[in-house]
Design a protein around this ligand. Structure first.
Ligand code: GUN
Ligand code: ZN
Length: 408
């Protein structure tokens, strides 16, 4: 059944540009965008008497969050502090609770509900080490997600390591139960694995051709710890590279404390960076050097990293992306903020042909943002949509649609 949504539409094109349709229309057929343009043209092309729904707001594509810990959603924004003590004192005890599948089910339902309310329709998430909690996250999934159970063998409480599936045979069996389009092999970070187990995971990933997600060079203390644990490696990135874990389907969270050789390595391997500006601020880490990443032409997308990030709102992530880099004198635009939260995210998770923007042939996953603004330009209007505290931004979307159906 064809249906036309009539509203102003802002559709990202690339990091520098977007297309704005002032009296726009999105024609949706069977959950997929059939046509997009000015209303007068779309209606003419649509043929006989299609159903038209007028929306009071501005339509943008649904947001994509490429690095979020769904098992930290209940404690987002509650704790902060230096990364390693924050993990040990607050985050790992919370993740250990996900051994309880009932708790996991309730938390997963809340997670997807909250994300849709905030306009996020897709992304990549880290689960706890538990197989059952990870399967719960797949069963409750709303939108399009890539999910991985964190693999943690060492340097963590047994309440987590005892459940970790890092043994290659065990992991292969588990992966066999999951649609590989939705799975990411997820070594938590180098300190939680040995060089041998990382290499074994690299082989599993190569055989499966699956996504890989992990953390890299997020804090100075973490970097120091990695130097002590892996004294043979020239740098942190090399620890992953030696294990064969850097591929075009690898997404590396943070990438702050990096030297030129490491940027070069990531570029050569074609891996992606998940840039998490709100988390970096909340945990007191340094600014991700966007100018270096740009100089090397490394692909990246934005992410909330809850619970390091205090909010799951991608509007909040975009706000901090713009503010934090501008404060450092690095030019960033609203066009790039939107692109990195939609189309780039979809590319990162291998969904370039089916999502991330509202061109014909893609899923009709979209968000309605409030039209009201004193701004005269569309850039000014979009920046107005990003203003305010995180709690307001979580509620700012007026509605979210998945495959043309209203879900939040
Ligand atoms: N490094 C290892 N685990 C984590 C995590 O859960 N959150 C963040 N921000 N960094 C990590
Ligand atoms: Zn993270």
């Amino acid at each position: 059944m064809k249906k036309i949504f009539r509203a102003p539409i802002l559709n990202p094109l690339d990091e520098n540009s977007w297309r704005f349709y002032r009296d726009g229309a999105l024609s949706v057929d069977d959950g997929v965008v059939a046509d997009i343009g000015e209303f007068s043209s779309v209606i003419e092309r649509a043929g006989s008497d299609p159903e038209v729904e007028v929306l009071d707001g501005v339509v943008v594509p649904g947001f994509v969050d490429v690095h979020v810990h769904w098992v930290q959603h209940r404690v987002r924004g509650i704790f902060a502090g230096e990364l390693l003590t924050w993990l040990q004192e607050h985050i790992w005890p919370e993740e250990a609770r996900y051994a309880d599948s009932e708790l996991a089910g309730a938390a997963a339902t809340q997670f997807y509900t909250d994300l849709l309310r905030a306009g996020t329709v897709a992304g990549m998430s880290y689960s706890s080490p538990h197989a059952e909690a990870t399967e719960v996250a797949f069963r409750c999934m709303r939108g399009d997600w890539v999910i991985g159970n964190v693999l943690m063998a060492v340097h963590a409480p047994r309440t987590l390591t005892d459940f970790s599936l890092h043994d290659p045979d065990t992991l292969r069996v588990f992966m066999g139960r999951i649609d590989q389009a939705h799975y990411a092999l997820t070594p938590r970070f180098a300190p939680n694995l040995t060089a041998e187990s990382l290499a074994a995971l690299g082989r599993v990933a190569a055989d499966a051709g699956c996504f890989i997600q992990t953390h890299l060079a997020e804090s100075v203390a973490e970097l120091q710890w990695v130097r002590e644990l892996f004294p043979d490696a020239a740098n942190y990135t090399e620890v992953y590279d030696r294990a064969g874990l850097l591929t075009p389907k690898t997404i590396l969270g943070h990438c702050i404390e990096m030297c030129d050789e490491e940027w070069q390595c990531i570029r050569d391997r074609g891996s992606w960076v998940a840039h998490c500006p709100t988390s970096n601020e909340a945990l007191g880490n340094r600014r991700m050097p966007l100018e270096r990443l740009r100089a090397y032409g490394i692909p990246f997308a934005l992410a909330s990293d809850i619970g390091g990030g205090p909010s799951h709102s991608m509007l909040h992530v975009m706000q901090r992306f713009l503010v934090s880099h501008r404060d450092a004198g690095v030019a960033v635009t609203p066009q790039e903020a939107l692109y990195r939260s939609t189309k780039a995210g979809a590319q990162c998770m291998g969904r370039a042909s089916v999502g991330g923007d509202l061109s014909a042939g893609k899923r009709a996953d979209f968000v309605l943002l409030p039209r009201k603004s004193a701004a005269e330009s569309i850039e000014g209007w979009f920046e107005d949509c990003l203003r305010g505290p995180a709690a307001d931004l979580e509620q700012r979307p007026q509605g979210t649609w998945l495959r043309g159906g209203h879900v939040a």
